[in-house]
Design a protein around this ligand. Sequence first.
Ligand code: PLP
Length: 283
Amino acid sequence: MSTRININGVITGPEDARIPVLDHGLLFGDSVYETLRTYNGKPFLFPRHFARLEHSAAAIDLKLPWSKTKTREEIVRTLLAGECRIRLMVTRGVGELAADIETCTEPAVIIIAVPFVQLPERIYQQGVDVVISSVRRSGRLADIKTGSLIHQVLARREAKSKHAFEAILLTADEKISDGITSNIYMVRDGKILTPAHDAGIVEGITRNVILQLARDKGLQVVEGFFDVGEISNAEEMFLTSTTREVVPIARVDGRPVGSGKPGPVTLMLLSAYRSAIRELTDE
Ligand code: PLP
């Protein structure tokens, strides 16, 4: 089986995985989720992902049905042989055909494990193209991960049509926010500049590790509000996410960032991240 799906504790292949059509996760995108991956066959930084899931669930008044321990056990039970990408979702569950959470009594837990596909190493060696999206990040509930992802879907379609690896979304007042599913950074004068929490970002688990590593290396980190025009002064740019680690950004809307090649700070942080994985695996 190349995909295993666990619905409320029952593991099947995708053909047999079913959720009821009256689940409000399907009807209203009323759900929360996390994307995790394994290293050495273990879910990486699971406690941090579970804490963010709790934060997301609390923000939409959803009670998580499983404890942290039970959730981890069920994830481990669902894993395939080899490294996996994992989506952990909790939906509001079955209710009436109305956006009324009180009609739903039992949340559903869904864990999907698929083989992890490693990005080609040339991505890290050459950097990627990103575009500025026409889709804006909404400020409300920006830092929680819900199943209402239509903005991400539209931004991904637009980025793909421009052959871009990722798109940068701006806030309503045109400040740099997140990528579609990544955090964004600029390097200037030896400082790491990255959008602050209130710039409508998701607090990436990878972001927290990277900012700590940067500080440990003596780099100054500035979390702030950056105009899109500041990209032209960046010496380097990169993005981070659980599944992609640290990816150098070579061009934005076709214009080279700095030299147009992955810069020394980006490559240093990529290598520091990969070294830190070993120590963080047992967390
Ligand atoms: N920003 C957004 C909007 C995301 O959806 C994600 C991950 O999916 C991230 C940033 C990166 O977060 P993490 O490092 O936890 O994968």
